[in-house]
Design a protein around this ligand. Structure first.
Ligand SMILES: Clc1cnc2c(Nc3ccc(N4CCOCC4)cc3)nc(-c3cccnc3)cn12
Length: 273
């Protein structure tokens, strides 16, 4: 920490338990020997990079995540490699995956959902100011720190956006219509996903989940949004979700209004304690 320009090597770390498997590598708990600082070490095999042609994607992830400094974005402290592996030195999220919390509780309270969505909104607004689109925001990529604060991880699919992007990515559930239609997309992609996540936090499943991919496609294109009667979700939360998923594209006015309505929702939830 602090001397992020220094040359790291495997000898600097004691490797602990595996935390989980990512798309292209395993993540381990690790401790820097001198400082006893706990980190997460993401290990990616170089042969995997060749096989899946993801050199550029990993390079981009490393450059982007190193440059981002935000309380809700997982830090990438540095990296090193040996003959066959690349090692990313990442901030350790003590709380684990937000996904597990969601599965454990079924769905979150409005206060908890509003807190997570507000954190995501500021983190994404920060990324968009730095011309970064994450494009793969889903519960699996969201971690929690020791205070339960949300951390966006895994910038593997993120891009430095100057121009419109065309590549397909992520699972279908969180894809915005323009992504599904494989049209050019921009920051609005991440914003659409906020609405999807808000729905999933409150109802426990994403809004367009269907038996088949083609059904999911159709439901996304139609923005076929329906609100089950249980769990009982407030009218404010439901129209926040509708506004986010329906009024895609008017990004600037929209993200101000979502930030405002998130605060409103949070105030309402906190005052109803
Ligand atoms: Cl990067 C990165 C930084 N920190 C983590 C992390 N942290 C973390 C903490 C605590 C628990 N446990 C808490 C007690 O109950 C059991 C789980 C798990 C993961 N996990 C992953 C990961 C990656 C893939 C699959 N699954 C987890 C990636 N991480």
């Amino acid at each position: 920490e602090g001397n992020s320009k220094r040359k790291w090597s495997l000898q600097d770390f004691e490797i602990g338990k595996p935390l989980g498997k990512g798309k292209f590598g395993r993540v381990y708990l690790a401790r820097e020997v001198k400082s006893k600082y706990i980190v997460a070490l993401k290990i990616i095999f170089k042969e995997h990079l060749e096989k899946y042609r993801i050199h550029h994607q990993l390079r981009r992830e490393m450059e982007i995540q190193t440059s981002l400094r935000h309380p809700n974005i997982l830090r990438l402290y540095g990296w090193f490699h040996d003959s066959e592996r690349i090692f990313l030195i990442l901030e350790y999220a003590y709380g684990g995956e937000l996904y597990n919390e969601l599965r454990k509780h079924g769905h979150f309270s409005e206060e908890q959902a509003a807190t997570y969505i507000a954190s995501l909104t500021t983190a994404l607004a920060y990324c968009h100011e730095k011309h970064v689109i994450h494009r793969d925001i889903k519960p699996e990529n969201l971690l929690l720190d020791h205070e339960g604060r949300l951390k966006i991880a895994d910038f593997g699919w993120s891009v430095q956006s100057r121009s419109k992007r065309h590549t397909m990515c992520g699972t279908l559930d969180y894809l915005a219509p323009e992504m599904v239609e494989n049209k050019a997309h921009d920051y609005a992609v991440d914003n659409w996903t906020l609405g999807i996540l808000c729905y999933e936090f409150l109802y426990g499943a994403p809004p367009f989940e269907s038996e088949s991919q083609s059904d999911t496609f159709k439901r996304i294109m139609k923005v076929d949004l329906s609100f089950p009667s249980s769990p009982n979700v407030s009218m404010e939360a439901r129209n926040l979700i509708s506004r986010v998923t329906i009024c895609i594209g008017y990004e600037k006015s929209w993200s101000n209004s979502i930030e405002a309505s998130c605060e409103g929702l949070l105030e309402k939830a906190l005052s109803s304690e």
